[in-house]
Design a protein around this ligand. Structure first.
Ligand code: SAH
Length: 361
């Protein structure tokens, strides 16, 4: 049993079963035992690898996409260049390096990082100090973003936010909860809940349907949308998930392997697929179509960029570089599992490279 499993078991014994959202929040961000709160989980030695850690090309292309969007909106100055959940800070460092080619961008940008983990804030500060010379600021929540034009990135951030799971049982909906059996953590179902908690779009689904709802994601994106609406800007969101996705997608990853989400609370990464439709609806600003990561990167010119970088490489480094291009774009790898959505201020052109919207906000 992990120390957090012991704490949770005692809490459940005292006050009853907890929701999946409470469980996820404790596992990821408990101040003493939370997964992100206590470690740097990325890379070969960690539990998982993300797109910016695979190749610098990911951040460079997203950076140029964001910089083009900034130019298309008249190059407002100053503006907030923000990232949600920056991990090691690699994406922001690559964005800033690539955007040096865009006159005025650096002078106008005020870098703000939204990061809950003190350990990762330190790692990010180290990465960014090597890449650019003007100060970055850290904030705890998007509510503290400045009231000015906002150009924002989020890669694999929303999948780490706590979800609630609801299951239709006959005519009623119950919430999936975590209780105790023989001293160990087990999944169960709550008493019936108010169906309004589930979301209107799911209410006519058949018995047995399981849906996931992430109120924190909606609250965060509503704050972002509010700023885009009033001050201008855009947000590029990349994650795995779908449009009105259904089913149980809660998963635990430890040392690059999937495991039972209840097996080692606090010591495995926990994620759930992102419902991009819910994000687009909560943002209340124009959005792109949901675009496959591979399509986006190819349209933004990753093939040409990869060729340029390849000219400087030989041997194993060249093989790794080619493998990284495949990992990011191939539909059999991250290319179609990962999706991208752009949000942009009303009356502004959509960011380049994204599919056109199929659902108007
Ligand atoms: N974007 C990075 C890391 C993704 S992991 C990359 O692509 O490599 C998720 C990140 O979100 C971590 O930095 C984690 O500490 C942060 N995070 C998770 N929940 C958060 C919350 N509620 N508020 C702020 N940051 C959070």
């Amino acid at each position: 049993m992990t120390p957090l499993a012991d704490l949770l078991a005692r809490r459940i014994a005292a006050t009853g079963p907890i929701t999946v959202a409470d469980y996820m929040a404790e596992c990821l961000l408990h101040p003493a035992h939370g997964y992100y709160a206590t470690r740097d989980p990325f890379g070969a030695a960690g539990d998982f690898t993300t797109a910016p850690e695979i190749s610098q090309m990911f951040g460079e292309l997203l950076g140029l996409c964001l910089a083009q969007t900034w130019l298309d909106q008249g190059a407002p100055s100053p503006f907030t260049l923000a990232e949600l959940g920056p991990g090691r800070g690699t994406l922001m460092a690559d964005v800033l390096r690539a955007a040096r080619a865009v006159p005025g961008f650096h002078a106008a940008a005020q870098v703000v990082l939204v990061e809950a983990s003190p350990v990762l804030r330190q790692v990010q500060a180290g990465t960014l100090s090597r890449q650019h010379d003007h100060g970055s600021r850290w904030i705890q929540t998007v509510g503290d973003l400045p009231d000015q034009p906002l150009f924002l990135l989020a890669n694999e951030f929303f999948d780490a936010l706590p979800i609630h799971q609801f299951q239709r049982d006959g005519d009623r909906w119950r919430q999936r909860v975590i209780g105790l059996k023989d001293g160990g953590l087990v999944f169960g179902l709550s008493d019936p809940v108010n169906p309004l908690m589930v979301g209107r779009q799911f209410l006519s689904d058949p018995p047995g349907t399981l849906v996931e709802v992430c109120p924190l994601a909606s609250a965060i994106i509503a704050q972002v949308g509010h700023r885009l609406h009033h001050h201008g800007g855009a947000a590029l969101i990349v994650d795995y998930g779908g449009w009105r996705s259904k089913g149980d997608t809660l998963q635990a990853l430890r040392a690059h392997r999937m495991e039972d989400p209840l097996a080692s609370p606090g010591e495995a990464d926990l994620t759930a697929h992102v419902d991009f439709e819910a994000l687009a609806m909560a943002a209340s600003v124009p959005h792109s179509g949901l675009t496959r990561q591979g399509d986006l990167l190819l349209r933004l010119g990753i093939a040409a960029r990869a060729e340029r970088l390849a000219q400087r490489l030989t041997g194993a480094a060249l093989d790794n570089h080619r493998a990284a291009l495949r990992r990011l774009t191939d539909p059999a790898e991250m290319g179609s599992l990962f999706k991208a959505l752009a949000l942009h201020a009303p009356g502004t052109p959509p960011p380049p490279g994204f599919d056109p919207p199929t659902h108007r906000p």
